[in-house]
Design a protein around this ligand. Structure first.
Ligand code: B12
Ligand code: SF4
Length: 535
């Protein structure tokens, strides 16, 4: 069967689509992966000026539809941010081939299947390693398929009440994850960027352009928490087992990375995007680190640290393997707002976690912390608590700034409805914050620690955004944001970490040998670490 799986978004790191591709290939299907870049964030003009030419036009969408329409079955996948665009692509496919069977699955259909059901022939909910191959087999053999678990099927009725809504199959166990094929990477992939004449094979140069010198992957699945703004609330609603951490063996993930390194010599860094990797047992992390050091020897980043799981022994276990960058969600310095978000918290927890990470300033890149701003229910005191935390935390650190957005069917929507407050959906740029003095101060203290008297004086002018937004602060925010980016670049240079330098520059730096390698510079990480531990 001719199957085309298309990921619509702004990256080529869709692990789900890559994995489904590998599974369908194992069943001998004629499968290609198509990455539709909705916008090209890596173009300098789009970074600086929000350049419209870096986004897909209606001609682009028609070309994408025409090419995907050659398949018997088209599988689409996207985040909620790109749901509207995916609907346009589906309409274009149908114009070119009304007979193509269209399955829409992944993050958005899982979050909001009702929004998708009118557009596709089947809507996939949750994990699809078992359900998608099962559906494909049924269609191929011309067998009835309306009972395949994990799919909704629209029926011809006006109100949609006859829609078949099958519950998803049980989540994969750790044992099942251990026997999955590795995600497809470096074969059967095609790319469409804004303005292209058609899909073209994805080559090594595209990887460098879009993923820099990094390989992105995920080892574990699940998170035990239900932060109200996060898609995890919806996943746990679908199946409470999403709260359990499942993972393949260290050997399985190491074999995945090993196979990539034998084929792509530009990869010098690996990023783990797990929601909660640090919650894995210490013994598992140690085994992983030992094998990693012996067989991979590259630095790696872990992006989903939760303050409540930060333990010195676990951080050390990962550092010994080659951990050189971490990202942790803090979101707010106010206990009241953390309570509103349903974040696991206790007095002093964040300070304790940042103190642990802060100790390792000499052995890894400064930790990156996620913070959410522009919450309309925040009071002056809540804002002050976040700013004070940022001013006082151990330095150096970097922050990832997010403006609060609503993800469909999360608890946050219900909470805000209760207090009759409206916020933008995730489709609106979530990295641009409101033009307030509080946000000016936030960027300022993230750049430099202000002396207490000056900080206290400036804090008096920091107010919640609905009452204090003023366009005059916009240029100041842009300036400070640029300064923060420059600071980030400085740390990457200082640490010889060029893993995020996209395009040719990254390659040149790599060829010049200006990049870290645990194998060739073993003391950079473990040497320093051992000295610290011995003291
Ligand atoms: C890894 C990850 C990323 C990576 C890679 C993203 C990618 N392209 O896939 C990066 C770092 C780039 C990223 C960025 C962002 N992310 Co993110 N990310 C995740 C994370 C942690 C894991 C996703 C994952 O790979 N899971 C493992 C794989 C195996 O699962 P999967 O991709 O969902 O695929 C399975 C099923 O969905 C299904 N499936 C997938 N495709 C298809 C297709 C068909 C046809 C079928 C039938 C089934 C199917 O089968 C797959 C196998 O089981 C999730 C949280 C989570 N637990 O899901 C958040 C999550 C997806 N991210 C989210 C968000 C909001 C973002 C950002 C927009 C903001 C941010 N927080 O940084 C950015 C920007 C993304 C962009 N503009 O492209 C939200 C999305 C919510 C929503 N409803 O849209 C999530 C759910 C987290 C949250 N905060 O709620 N993210
Ligand atoms: S800890 Fe992270 S992944 Fe887990 S629910 Fe909260 S925000 Fe989502």
């Amino acid at each position: 069967m001719r199957i085309r799986l298309a990921y619509v978004g702004s990256s080529i790191s869709s692990f789900g689509v890559r994995l489904l591709g590998a599974l369908l290939l194992r069943d001998d299907e004629d499968v290609h992966l198509h990455f539709v870049l909705a916008e090209n964030f890596r173009k300098l003009s789009s970074i600086l000026f929000s350049d419209a030419s870096s986004r897909l036009s209606s001609t682009d969408i028609e070309r994408i539809g025409a090419e995907l329409a050659c398949a018997d079955l088209v599988g689409l996948s996207c985040f909620s941010e790109y749901a509207g665009l995916t609907k346009d692509i589906i309409a274009a496919i149908r114009r070119h081939n009304p007979k193509a069977f269209i399955v829409w699955g992944g993050v958005h259909p899982t979050a909001d299947p009702e929004d998708c059901i009118a557009h596709a022939d089947a809507v996939g909910i949750g994990e699809a390693e078992i359900s998608l191959p099962a559906l494909v087999q049924r269609i191929k053999r011309n067998e009835p398929f309306l009972d395949v678990p994990g799919f909704w099927f629209p029926q011809d009725d006006a109100g949609g009440s006859a829609t078949v809504r099958n519950a998803p199959p049980p989540l994969l166990t750790s044992e099942q994850l251990d026997v999955l094929p590795h995600p497809l990477f470096g074969e059967r992939e095609y790319l469409f960027s804004p303005g292209d004449q058609g899909f073209r094979p994805l080559g090594a140069a595209d990887y460098v352009q879009l993923d820099a010198l990094s390989y992105n992957t995920m080892w574990s699945r699940g998170c035990p928490f239900k932060c109200s703004y996060c898609g995890n609330t919806r996943l746990i609603e679908i199946d409470a087992d999403y709260a359990r951490i499942r993972h393949s063996s260290p050997e399985h993930i190491i074999a995945e990375v090993e196979s990539i390194l034998t084929r792509f010599d530009h990869i010098k860094f690996v990023v783990f995007h797990d929601d909660c990797l640090i919650s894995l047992p210490e013994a598992v992390l140690k085994e992983f680190s030992e094998r990693w050091r012996a067989r991979i020897g590259l630095p790696f980043a872990v992006t989903g640290l939760t303050p409540v799981h930060i333990r010195d022994d676990k951080v050390k276990a990962l550092l010994a393997g080659g951990l050189n960058r971490v990202r942790m969600g803090i979101q707010s310095g106010s206990d009241a707002i953390l309570k509103f978000y349903g974040r696991p918290n206790r007095p002093g927890l964040i300070r304790q976690a940042t103190d642990i990470l802060g100790q390792y300033a000499k052995v890894m890149m400064p930790p990156h912390y996620d913070m959410i701003f522009d919450n309309p229910i925040e009071t002056k005191e809540d804002i002050a608590a976040s700013l004070r935390l940022l001013n006082d935390m151990p330095r150096p650190y970097m922050i990832n700034v997010f403006s609060l957005r609503y993800i469909p069917n999360t608890q946050l929507g219900r909470q805000l409805a209760e207090v009759s407050v409206d916020i933008d959906k995730i489709e609106r740029d979530y990295t641009s914050v409101m033009s307030t003095f509080a946000n000016v101060l936030m960027y300022l203290v993230a750049l430099v620690r202000l002396p207490a008297p000056l900080f206290d004086y400036l804090l008096r002018f920091a107010r919640p955004y609905p009452e204090s937004a003023h366009p005059a602060w916009q240029p100041v925010i842009l300036l400070l944001r640029a300064a923060l980016m420059a600071k980030r670049a400085y740390f990457h240079i200082r640490w010889g970490d060029y893993s995020i330098v996209f395009g040719r520059l990254g390659l040149w730096l790599q060829r010049l040998g200006l990049r870290p390698d645990v194998r060739s510079a073993p003391n950079r990480y473990s040497g320093l670490l051992h000295r610290r531990t011995e003291r």
